[in-house]
Design a protein around this ligand. Structure first.
Ligand SMILES: Cc1cc2nc3c(=O)[nH]c(=O)nc-3n(C[C@H](O)[C@H](O)[C@H](O)COP(=O)(O)OP(=O)(O)OC[C@H]3O[C@@H](n4cnc5c(N)ncnc54)[C@H](O)[C@@H]3O)c2cc1C
Length: 360
């Protein structure tokens, strides 16, 4: 029987979920506080598992608006190693991804898209949930919270947990230029990484991730970040910068549960640990796929499927952060990877497992 549902947050995960739910015959309202297309600080590289899921709902890919990358190249001074992906990943500007998902959702008459609709309150009843936006009050059978890293509703539902350890931050800026490499490049410095993701035949994005203590807060953040990577700075010298530098973070809160009664937390609202493994979007899409199919009879098995996907993510994030922080560990790994050329290929495959989240 078709249900009436609300999605709070029209980021990539919220929109993707709305399309899956509507395809199964449910009536879905998506509440987005901003206006589509919605921008966000992100590395903008989508791992192959995420690309596959986007294709199943009809997202089309072309080289003017996106870039199929073949792997990841890691650069630590003179040491360079590469990992090849089995299937291509996709570099796509966040606004392009948002626009494509929005266009698809518009085509489905079961989806009502409400922009400039910030949800203010949510109340849980036995078998229903009410939400209020701009003084309007509506009741739904299910609500899916997809309101991102700083989720208000995770806090309101008493599910927020602060993570221990050093906080991480992120930033991004775009350049208009031809990508010089068909892979995502990752430049390492102690505690700071720079990512170059081609997002089209004439556009790249540079994202930075760092431990909060590694970089002082304050003025000239962009210049100070680029100064840590002279080789990269030289590569973009003279290229047209789009002046959209934006920082974001810290990433230090998660949810202790993915469900409370008829309310589910999906995407970053559930968990985002770090951008270092380039997985946030794929993870959210995988979890959304499991939830869309099983929300009515959500059992231990479904929780386990999503739990394993996030456990795998947590392990690789931990290892990658060790690499970021520890120069000696990084040198050992780079040496090992240079000896065994397929070592990083396997790591990339292990990093991007699908585990029961195929949408077919
Ligand atoms: C520096 C950095 C680099 C990253 N690099 C990558 C990468 O290379 N690859 C990758 O896959 N992931 C990466 N990520 C992670 C990725 O950006 C996120 O995982 C992804 O955006 C999560 O999508 P989402 O839809 O869950 O949340 P979001 O994209 O944050 O969307 C949440 C939406 O909810 C809306 N909203 C919030 N509150 C309300 C409210 N009260 N009412 C209505 N609407 C509301 C917001 O306006 C927003 O549109 C990176 C993240 C960072 C910070």
């Amino acid at each position: 029987m078709s249900k009436k549902m609300a999605i709070i947050g029209g980021g990539p995960v919220g929109l993707y979920l709305s399309i899956l739910l509507a395809k199964s015959g449910h009536y879905v309202s998506v509440f987005e506080k901003g206006t589509w297309p919605v921008d966000k600080v992100c590395g903008q590289g989508i791992m192959p598992s995420g690309v596959e899921l986007l294709k199943t709902i009809g997202i089309e890919v072309n080289n003017e608006e996106s870039f199929s990358f073949s792997g990841v190249r890691y650069i630590d001074g003179d040491n360079v190693i590469e990992g090849r992906l089995k299937r291509p990943g996709l570099g796509m500007d966040r606004k392009v991804l948002s626009s494509k998902l929005h266009q698809l959702a518009l085509l489905d008459s079961k989806i009502t898209l409400k922009d400039q609709s910030k949800v203010d309150e949510l109340s849980l009843y036995d078998k229903a949930v009410s939400i209020s936006t701009n003084n309007n009050f509506e009741v739904f059978d299910y609500v899916f919270i997809c309101d991102g890293l700083n989720s208000t509703f995770r806090r309101k539902l008493d599910l927020e947990v602060k993570r221990k350890g050093e906080h991480r931050m992120g930033a991004r800026v775009h350049f208009e230029c031809e990508p010089w490499c068909d892979k995502v490049e990752v430049y390492w410095n102690n505690g700071v990484e720079a990512y170059v993701t081609p997002v089209g035949n004439h556009k790249i994005e540079i994202a930075f991730l760092w431990f909060e203590k590694s970089i002082e807060k304050g003025a000239y953040l962009e210049e100070r970040l680029f100064n840590l990577f002279p080789e990269l700075s030289n590569k973009v010298k003279g290229k047209t910068k789009l002046n959209d530098f934006k920082a974001y973070g810290p990433f230090n809160t998660v949810s202790m549960a993915m469900k409370k009664g008829p309310v589910f937390l999906v995407g970053d609202a559930y968990k985002f640990l770090d951008g270092i493994t380039g997985e946030g979007i794929s993870l959210g899409l995988k979890a959304a796929t499991v939830i869309a199919k099983n929300f009515e009879n959500f059992s231990f098995i479904h929780k386990l499927k999503i739990g394993l996907i996030y456990l795998n993510y947590a392990i690789w994030v931990k290892l990658a952060l060790m690499l970021s922080r520890n120069l000696i560990f990084r040198k050992i790994i780079f040496k090992f990877a240079n000896k065994f050329s397929s070592f990083f290929d396997y790591i990339l495959i292990m990093n991007d497992v699908q585990w029961g989240s195929k949408n077919s």
